[in-house]
Design a protein around this ligand. Structure first.
Ligand SMILES: NC(=O)c1ccc[n+]([C@@H]2O[C@H](COP(=O)([O-])OP(=O)(O)OC[C@H]3O[C@@H](n4cnc5c(N)ncnc54)[C@H](O)[C@@H]3O)[C@@H](O)[C@H]2O)c1
Length: 261
């Protein structure tokens, strides 16, 4: 039998986008607590600096993942700070306005596509360009249950996250032969500032979500972090090109009405 070692993150060098808040912050905190050296990248400069100080990350880099030049600069700065990049956790993203497709503002559609879809492509390839020469590494994208099934009124976000799932497959196939794994997690509703904002704007009612979630509650950011860190670790050495639901059973449930009988 293979000698299985404890999951090891000590000395790993990681970029976490969206590290100032929510799922990205929780993942960066878990990585540093396990001994990884982490660079946070975020649009929110003050938030990223504060997060960096809070968790003892190596540095915070400001950038917009929807801008190619920013993605290149994030990867370059992180490589300078860390020496090399072993892991990219790409958690930067935005939610959307819930609006009927026929009246949805096309600029709002475009912004979601630019950040959530194009941003994923840009930061994946900017980091991969620096990871591929080393012949090993792992990228974990943060998708959504909205990329798997349809959520009426959320056409842009759903399309962008479905694209993230597909990009994850394609990039895994392109880069797998050169030692770079690409995976994604698909979170269900997780208690982050993004979700607090959606609740405040009446995009959804948490009671409705809880009623159709088999585990009977919203997720905590740490539960996403644990899945992302597992996928980034050597424990997931034979997992690539796939999106793993971290959804409390959301996607498994297909009946009408609430879960509880
Ligand atoms: N919270 C949920 O329930 C949930 C569910 C499914 C998927 N997701 C996904 O998880 C990811 C993280 O979401 P969260 O809930 O932690 O949100 P959040 O708003 O708490 O954090 C997102 C972070 O991304 C940063 N960001 C936003 N746009 C950016 C850009 N253009 N460039 C760089 N940084 C940018 C923000 O400044 C923020 O720090 C997103 O991709 C989101 O779509 C979240």
């Amino acid at each position: 039998m293979t000698n299985i070692k404890p999951m090891e993150m000590s000395g790993k060098r990681a970029i976490v986008t969206g590290g100032a808040s929510g799922i990205g912050f929780a993942t960066a905190r878990l990585l540093t607590s396990l001994g990884a050296r982490v660079v946070l990248a975020d649009l929110d400069e003050d938030g990223a600096e504060a997060a960096c100080d809070r968790i003892g990350a190596v540095a915070a880099v400001t950038g917009d993942v929807s801008i190619d030049a920013d993605c290149a600069a994030i990867a370059e700065r992180a490589e300078q700070q860390l020496g090399a990049i072993d892991i990219l956790i790409h958690a930067a993203g935005i939610g959307d306005e819930k609006a009927p497709a026929e009246t949805l503002d096309i600029l709002a559609w475009q912004r979601v596509m630019d950040v959530d879809m194009r941003g994923t492509f840009s930061i994946n390839r900017a980091c991969a360009a620096r990871m591929l020469p080393h012949g090993s590494g792992a990228i974990v994208n943060v998708s959504s249950i909205c990329g798997l099934n349809a959520f009426p009124g959320r056409s842009a976000y759903g399309a962008a996250k479905a694209a993230v799932n597909h990009l994850t497959k394609t990039l895994a196939c392109e880069w797998g032969p050169r030692g770079l794994r690409v995976t994604a997690i698909a979170p269900a509703y997780t208690r982050t500032p993004m979700v607090a904002d959606l609740i405040e704007r009446d995009v959804f009612d948490p009671a409705d979500i809880i009623a159709r979630t088999p585990v009977g509650r919203l997720a905590e950011p740490d539960e996403m972090a644990k899945a992302a860190v597992f996928l980034a670790s050597d424990w997931a050495s034979y997992i690539t090109g796939t999106t793993i639901n971290v959804d409390g059973g959301w996607a498994a449930f297909g009946a009408a009405g609430a879960v509880a009988q």
